[in-house]
Design a protein around this ligand. Structure first.
Ligand code: NAD
Ligand code: MG
Length: 393
């Protein structure tokens, strides 16, 4: 019998957060929830508190936390309600916590995830923005504190599974020649280019294979999600940009592959359901039931692969550019993209304005070296101001 893992779930009300709790609920003997957090969804967080009885519940929003406090008291639950960004870091670093699911969306997820790394927690990393913004600082913290780092992003989880056990970030030593990062191509893979001009947030969020939060759904439609994942793969596996190849695979059955120098290619397959990578990371190196239906290969019948179209998806080129430029450029790219996606979801800019806005910001805000966290935070803030100006122009 393996020992109990005590868990903090950052972003428990989101798509990844809910899938995490679904897996946890299947294994009450293995996992105990210490803390749950959300931005402002106090009703759902209350339901989760009733079900999982955490010690702490954190809301970013003050009014929402007040509402939650009242409901918790009325229900007689022994849950301490905290509020604000500092509380996220607190519950990510509590001595009684073994593992942290980092599932907040966007740059806001970076500080508590970095704090968990400094505290040596096992980190289940869904928040790819942490690596895009502060990959070097985060990986350094992980190595320094001895944290175990398990990728949740389905592609990176697949790569992790296909790499040699105990891969230590040395492709040559591992006999690895390439990381093959698969991409569905999103809802607009075959949409005529002139129609892309007028696509709506609803169309962009209607992903053909995956059900996800709205931000990452738009990123999948622009393929910025894949661009951010290229940067994520660079930091996780110490792979140079040239060794990371995006492969469009519309069925989303192969979640990514590793190519070896002897000609072997190892792939991880499964139904597109995030509970598989979540369960893998939770139980690693063991395997547990995730509630996911077995893959029916006869129903899948065929697997297609095509090269990515960089003309159609300029966000992908912008992300490769940012990775190669290094320094604060990936942080600028990410911040500009977050502002652009929010503005698109608010119908303030068009879908094709997303890469335009990012280019403007990268041209306007100067790249700097990253020596400390403040450099990243400054770049993030400067890019947001420049991006907001463009949206409001
Ligand atoms: P989501 O929008 O469904 O949920 C986000 C969660 O973060 C919610 O609990 C929300 O309350 C919280 N949150 C949002 N803004 C916050 C803020 N400023 N401060 C504190 N908490 C905040 O997002 P999601 O789709 O679950 O994605 C979460 C992360 O996982 C993202 O980084 C995404 O890129 C990554 N990811 C998601 C999927 C997926 O299938 N959804 C797959 C791979 C990676
Ligand atoms: Mg992914």
């Amino acid at each position: 019998m393996s020992k109990l893992t005590r868990l903090t779930v950052l972003g428990s009300t989101g798509s990844i957060g809910k899938s995490t709790l679904d897996v946890v609920a299947r294994h009450p003997d293995r996992y105990r929830i210490v803390a749950l957090t959300a931005q402002q969804q106090d009703e759902l967080l209350f339901e989760q508190c009733q079900r999982f009885r955490p010690r702490f519940a954190v809301l970013l929003d003050e009014a929402a936390s007040e509402r939650l406090r009242i409901r918790i008291a009325a229900a007689g639950l022994e849950v301490e309600v905290l509020c604000g960004a500092a509380a996220l870091e607190r519950v990510a670093t509590l001595p009684e916590v073994d593992a942290v699911m980092a599932a907040i969306v966007g740059a806001a997820g970076m500080p508590p995830t970095l704090a968990a790394a400094h505290a040596g927690k096992k980190i289940l990393l869904a928040n790819k923005e942490t690596l895009v913004l502060a990959g070097h600082l985060f990986m350094e913290a992980v190595h320094h504190s001895g944290s175990a780092l398990l990728p949740i992003d389905s592609e990176h989880n697949a790569i992790f599974q296909a790499l040699p056990r105990n891969y230590a970030g040395d492709m040559k030593q591992g006999g690895v020649s390439k990381i093959l990062l698969t991409a569905s191509g999103g809802p607009f893979r075959n949409t005529p280019l002139e129609e892309l001009r007028n696509v709506t947030p609803e169309q962009a969020c209607a992903h053909p294979n995956w059900s996800m939060g709205r931000k990452i759904s738009v990123d999948s439609a622009s393929m910025m999600n894949k661009g951010l994942e290229v940067i994520e793969a660079h930091w996780l596996f110490n792979a140079p940009a040239d060794a990371i190849q995006v492969v469009v695979h519309p069925q989303s059955v192969i979640h990514s592959m590793v190519q070896y120098v002897d000609g072997s290619v190892l792939a991880q397959l499964g139904n597109p359901d995030m509970r598989t990578p979540i369960a893998y990371a939770l139980a690693y190196p063991e395997r547990i039931d995730a509630g996911v239906a077995p893959l029916d290969l006869f129903a899948v019948a065929k697997l297609d692969f095509v090269a990515p179209d960089f003309q159609r998806f300029p966000c992908l080129s912008l992300a490769y550019h940012a990775l190669r430029a290094g320094g604060t450029t990936p942080a600028l790219l990410n911040a500009a993209n977050e502002v652009a996606v929010a503005a698109f979801l608010d119908r303030r800019i068009a879908f094709l304005d997303i890469p335009r806005l990012i280019e403007v910001v990268l041209g306007k805000v100067a790249r700097k070296e990253v020596n400390e966290l403040q450099d990243v935070l400054d770049a993030d803030a400067a890019a947001r101001i420049a991006a907001q100006e463009w949206v409001a122009r």
